[in-house]
Structure formats: structure tokens, C-alpha cells
Design a protein around this ligand. Structure first.
Ligand code: MLT
Ligand code: ZN
Length: 462
């Protein structure tokens, strides 16, 4: 056995150091199937102290590391593409008792989003971020990618929920700042810095998360439109009319709904495919159904071709299925290029109509599926039927030209590092590099992610 494997096993136990390809396989491929590699080993520590000891050993050995949560990332940032050691945080799943007075909870990085929300629910509270991968995505990975999701419009992204963090530096030193004090001006905001750092600066092990009131009444509306301008105009009206209660505003198109319906064997909404759909959700301490219905009838009116409002859980789930099943339906149809981008509000409708043609010109016959979080200007551009980087280049350059962001909520990962310069100036990238050098001078933490350079030693350990 490789001496490093023996040393790691002494820390975490032999059953938590995996080198057998059958056991490492599920840690080595992302769930779109686009990003895959071989891990030198997978290490599964069970506490911050074990993560610290593991990192000290790997640092000493100069071994590159990929920290991994639920492996639900979409930009190749959490899989060992270059033979790195995977440090899986999933065993750090313990959630402390909810601190109701503070409206916060301290949790291990490996707790799933669903588990944190369930713990919050037990105390009459909720977690502010929600996304379709809730049963697998871990809160540590969600902070590392600064995930946004479905309620971003109301509560902000993971960075906004993170009141404190405990993390292990590349050399094994532990940073712990978990008090979650509302006011705490004692220097740099490390939690804010680690949010969105994609495992390149430290390994997040514990989090102090903010919670939000649990709003028991919830109503979902689905509206169909002839075009994106109509849907976005309606959204602007609904945002004005429902400033306290609007929680989600999701946009999707006929092509995506057709895929979902084929995949799940569902009839299309309203019995036919319409060009554009807007799904909205409102919530409140009192039933918001009438407020939503009135805003739709008076504010949206005949801009919409059709509409449905559902307050019962089964009816709401039926409407959400058309949106939430997009990712699985796309995956069932092939291995997509996933380009998650933000457009300025005024450019969104133009982008939605321009991008399919731009993709078709680069990759004739490729299928473009567009959906996303409309209120955030966030479009998930999914392209099936091509892996040509020229397609990514075309879409990302178009986004940058329109003043948008090449990564809205999924991160840069391995997928987009070559295009970081479209959004970040040389001076900004210099600052990123300086921060990286300060926290990880030997460059062992996720060296092939985010920044446009890497340096790794990748001999096998198995
Ligand atoms: C979503 O909004 O459903 C997620 O970001 C996943 C995806 O883009 O496929
Ligand atoms: Zn999304």
C-alpha cells in the first residue's frame, strides 16, 4: 500500500480511504457525465480535525486536492479531472440544534440542503435557498459555488445566508469563525471570500447559516405567453404588485417543455405547447392566492395566452414539475453543454431570441434548451448534440458583449476558466492570484479550477 494511503487511513480509518476504482467511480464523474477523471484516492474524513490532519498530510506530500460535497456541480469543479485526491465532506453531515433566538443554525458542510431545511422546519423556520438538487446538494458545496437557486429573488444567494464559516487551509490550519454575530466588524470577511471560491482557497467544514421565517401559505402560478417580451413585461408588473410575497419567477420555453413532457409522459400545460412560460410562486403568513390572482388578472391581463393558479401542494407540484424536470429531461436526451449566464434585464429577451440562431450557425443541428431564473436575469443555456468549444465561445462572448456574466450561479469550475477574462480584468485576475497564493502558496487546492492556470502532481496512489 502507498505510504500516503496508510497515513491517511491512520487518520480517517481504512474504510474511508478509497482507491478501488469500483468504489471511487461515483466520486469521479459529475452527474451530467461531461466531466470525468480518475482520483488518486478518495478520502472521507468525519470531522474538522480529521480534515485538518488529512490536509496536513496531503500538503506535506504536495498532493493536489479536489474538495467534494454532493457532487451536484455543473462546471467540473468538484471532480478529479487531473488525478487529484478527492476529499469528500459528506460525512460532516451533523446539524446542531437550531438557534431560534438568532434565527441561525450551525451545520456540518456535508449536510444536504433538504436536511438543513428540515432541521429549520422543526424550529418553525426555513432555509432561504432552494434548488432542484436539494436532496443531494450539500451546504458546503453550495457555499463554495455561491449557489443561487429558486428563491434568490427574495433571499439572495448562499453568500447572503452565510453568517460564519469554519474551514481548513491547504496546510491543515483551521479557521473558525462561527458565532454568526449580526454585527462583527473585526476585519476581513472570510466567509464572504470563501463563498464562490470553488474549493480553491480552503476546505469548508462547518457553517453558521441564517434562517428565514417559515411561510406556511404558498401559491404557484403558471402563465403562457406568445414571446419572451410578454413574459418579462408580466414579470415586471408582478414584481411591482407583489413586493412582499413574490418568491420565485422561472422562465422556460416550448422546447424545454416538450423535452420534459416526452421524458415524463406528461401532457403539456393547457393542452398545447406555447412559446414561453413564466412560473411564479408567492408565499406569506396568510394565504396569498387572492393577491396573486388579482395581480395576474388586473396586471398581466391578456398579455398572457393562458394561466393557472394552484394553492394545493399536489397542484403546485404539478406546475413545478414542468420547470424542475428540465435538468433531468435534458440529461436523459444527451450530454449537454451547460452555460449558466446572467444578462442585464434589458438584454434578456433579445438574448433569448438571438442565442438559438447563434448556436445553430456554429453547430448545425444542435438543440438549444433555454430556461432559468427570470428575475435574476439568469439563463441556463443547455446545448445538446455538440461538444464544440466554439459554441461555448460564441455564447459566452455574446453574453459578455451584452454586459452579462459568464457564470450566474454554477461557478467557473474547469468549464469556463478559459473565458474568465471576458468578465474579469487583468488587475482583478492578479488580485485573485494574490489571494490564492496567500491562502494556498503551493497551489494544491483545486488547482485546475477557476483561475486560468494550474500546477499539479498526480501520480496514482492505488
Ligand atoms: C436549475 O436551475 O435547475 C439548476 O441551475 C440546474 C441546471 O441548470 O440544470
Ligand atoms: Zn439554476
Amino acid at each position: 500500500m502507498h505510504p500516503l494511503v496508510t497515513a491517511l487511513a491512520d487518520v480517517v480509518g481504512a474504510s474511508h480511504v478509497l482507491t478501488d476504482p469500483e468504489l471511487t467511480a461515483s466520486y469521479e464523474t459529475d452527474w451530467t457525465g461531461r466531466f470525468a477523471g480518475r482520483a488518486a484516492a478518495v478520502v472521507r474524513p468525519g470531522s474538522t480535525a480529521e480534515v485538518a490532519a488529512v490536509m496536513a498530510l496531503l500538503h506535506e506530500a504536495g498532493r493536489p486536492v479536489v474538495p467534494q460535497g454532493g457532487n451536484t456541480g455543473l462546471v467540473g469543479g468538484g471532480v478529479p479531472l487531473h488525478g487529484e485526491v478527492v476529499v469528500s465532506l459528506r460525512r460532516l453531515a451533523a446539524i446542531d440544534a437550531v438557534d431560534v433566538a438568532a434565527g441561525q443554525v450551525t451545520t456540518g458542510a456535508g449536510a444536504t440542503l433538504a436536511a438543513v431545511d428540515a432541521a429549520a422546519a422543526g424550529a418553525g423556520l426555513a432555509f432561504g435557498v432552494d434548488l432542484a438538487a436539494r436532496d443531494s446538494a450539500t451546504v458546503g458545496g453550495m457555499v463554495a459555488t455561491n449557489a443561487g437557486g429558486l428563491r434568490m429573488l427574495r433571499y439572495g444567494p448562499m453568500r447572503a445566508q452565510t453568517a460564519g464559516v469554519e474551514a481548513v487551509l491547504a496546510d491543515g490550519r483551521v479557521l473558525s469563525h462561527l458565532a454568526g454575530l449580526a454585527k462583527d466588524n473585526t476585519g476581513y470577511d472570510v466567509a464572504g471570500l470563501l463563498a464562490g471560491s470553488e474549493g480553491t482557497l480552503a476546505v469548508v467544514t462547518r457553517l453558521r447559516l441564517r434562517l428565514v421565517p417559515r411561510l406556511e401559505h404558498r401559491t404557484t402560478g403558471l402563465l403562457a405567453f406568445a414571446d419572451a417580451d410578454g413574459a418579462l413585461g408580466a414579470l415586471a408588473v408582478l414584481r411591482n404588485r407583489l413586493p412582499q410575497s413574490l418568491e420565485a419567477a422561472e422562465l422556460f420555453l416550448a422546447g424545454g417543455v416538450a423535452l420534459v413532457c416526452d421524458h415524463l409522459g406528461l401532457p403539456p400545460p393547457f393542452g398545447r405547447l406555447d412559446p414561453v412560460y413564466l412560473l411564479v410562486e408567492v408565499s406569506g403568513a396568510h394565504d396569498p392566492t387572492e393577491e396573486l390572482a388579482a395581480a395576474v388578472v388586473d396586471g398581466v391581463g391578456d398579455r398572457a395566452l393562458d394561466g393557472a393558479v394552484e394553492a394545493e401542494p399536489a397542484g403546485r407540484a404539478r406546475l413545478w414539475r414542468y420547470r424542475e424536470a428540465h435538468t433531468e429531461a435534458i440529461n436523459a436526451a444527451g450530454v449537454p453543454l451547460k452555460l449558466d449566464v446572467t444578462l442585464p434585464a434589458g438584454e434578456l429577451a433579445g438574448f433569448l431570441s438571438e442565442v438559438p440562431g447563434a448556436v445553430e450557425r456554429m453547430a448545425p443541428g444542435a438543440r438549444c434548451v433555454l430556461f432559468g431564473h427570470a428575475a435574476d436575469g439568469n439563463v441556463h443555456v443547455n446545448v445538446l448534440g455538440t461538444a464544440d468549444p466554439a459554441v461555448e465561445d460564441t455564447v459566452l462572448r455574446l453574453v459578455a458583449r451584452l454586459g452579462g456574466s459568464i457564470s450566474s450561479e454554477h461557478g467557473i469550475g474547469a468549464a469556463k476558466r478559459a473565458w474568465l477574462h471576458l468578465n474579469r480584468s487583468p488587475a482583478e485576475i492578479d488580485v485573485f492570484r494574490a489571494i490564492k497564493r496567500a491562502l494556498d502558496p503551493d497551489g494544491i487546492l483545486n488547482p485546475h479550477v477557476l483561475l486560468p492556470e494550474g500546477d499539479a502532481r498526480t501520480e496514482a496512489l492505488g
